[in-house]
Write a protein that binds this ligand. Structure first.
Ligand code: NCD
Length: 300
């Protein structure tokens, strides 16, 4: 048995033989692609769907989940050095981190393609891609269709990417952002989208019967700068759009309900079994296949 427990276990012949193979890259299965899945923020769907997609494609996966605690970031390593390192081990990196600027570091320091699985509150491009795919498969061509976005439009990165992406698809976009009031201040909900009018909750309810697809999102409590909100999210007063069975009954029969998940109080469980609810099965499953197709496309 060839243990390596101390350098004393290595004979000169063994060292020469190992180095010869390393120089020639003369190693078995070296052609198999490897995806590094590096997540420094929580994730269920994005990480597991990418890893599942890689396995389905016959690729291998190396992963750092809870990377803020388990990787050398915890020891103070820079993002630059992190990308320099991972890109020597993998053919593709799937990366999530709360620093919005990491995408520029990746552009400059990764030696292999990188997929953004979330950069802070800014963007989540693959979620947008699977959401667009889901919208098209649920309601067809988006031209002239009315799409309503509700929830945390300020910090919700899925909405930022999806709105950017569908702007060229001819649909009409309506926004109903959650507004939050604490005892001390009103969080200002300026939206990063330019020319959209924000609807109040009652205005959004009024137009609901004309909507072709609704995209709900949760409040991103963890991104708020409001300490009162962070310590007790449910104690502050909020004005937010909540979809329940009663409101659902006012929606078109051929409309679609999407949510990137996780959901909180904005989407009642009574809606889950309605055929228009795409979020638990079709939207999630689409995520797997769209990510497989994207990974394949990157190496085509
Ligand atoms: C979203 C995210 O991480 O931005 N989740 C996801 O990837 N499906 C949405 C969220 O956390 O609210």
């Amino acid at each position: 048995m060839k243990h390596l427990l101390t350098v004393s276990d290595l004979s000169k012949d063994a060292i020469n033989s190992i180095f010869e193979n390393a120089k020639n890259h003369n190693l078995k299965n070296d052609s198999k692609k490897i995806v590094a899945s590096f997540f420094a923020e929580p994730s269920t769907r994005t990480r597991l769907s990418f890893e599942s997609a890689a396995h389905k494609l016959g690729w291998s996966v190396i992963s750092a989940s809870d990377a803020e605690a388990s990787s050398s970031l915890k020891k103070g390593e820079s993002l630059k050095d992190t990308f320099r390192t991972i890109s020597q081990y993998a053919d593709l990196i799937v990366f999530r981190h709360n620093d919005e600027n990491w995408i520029n570091v990746a552009r400059n320091y990764s030696r292999v393609p990188v997929i953004n699985a979330g950069n802070g509150a800014e963007e989540h491009p693959t979620q947008a891609l699977l959401d667009l795919f889901t919208l098209q498969t649920e309601i067809g061509d988006l031209t002239g269709k009315n799409i309503l976005f509700t929830g945390d439009l300020k910090y919700g990165r899925t909405v930022h990417s999806l709105i950017k992406l569908i702007q060229n698809f001819g649909c009409i976009i309506h926004l109903c952002p959650t507004t939050i009031k604490s005892a001390f201040e009103e969080i200002s909900y300026s939206l990063p989208f330019g020319n959209f009018k924000a609807l109040t909750v009652s205005e959004a309810k009024n137009i609901l019967p004309t909507i072709d697809a609704i995209y709900l999102t949760r409040t991103q409590y963890e991104r708020s700068k409001n300490t009162e909100l962070l310590s007790n999210p449910f104690a502050v007063s909020k004005s937010y759009f909540k979809l329940d069975k009663k409101l659902l009954d006012t929606m078109k029969k051929d409309s679609a309900i999407l949510h990137p998940l996780p959901r909180l109080e904005e989407l009642d469980e009574d809606v889950d079994d309605d055929p228009r609810a795409a979020y638990h099965e079709r939207q999630i499953r689409n995520g797997l296949y769209v990510r497989m197709a994207l990974m394949d496309y990157i190496f085509a």
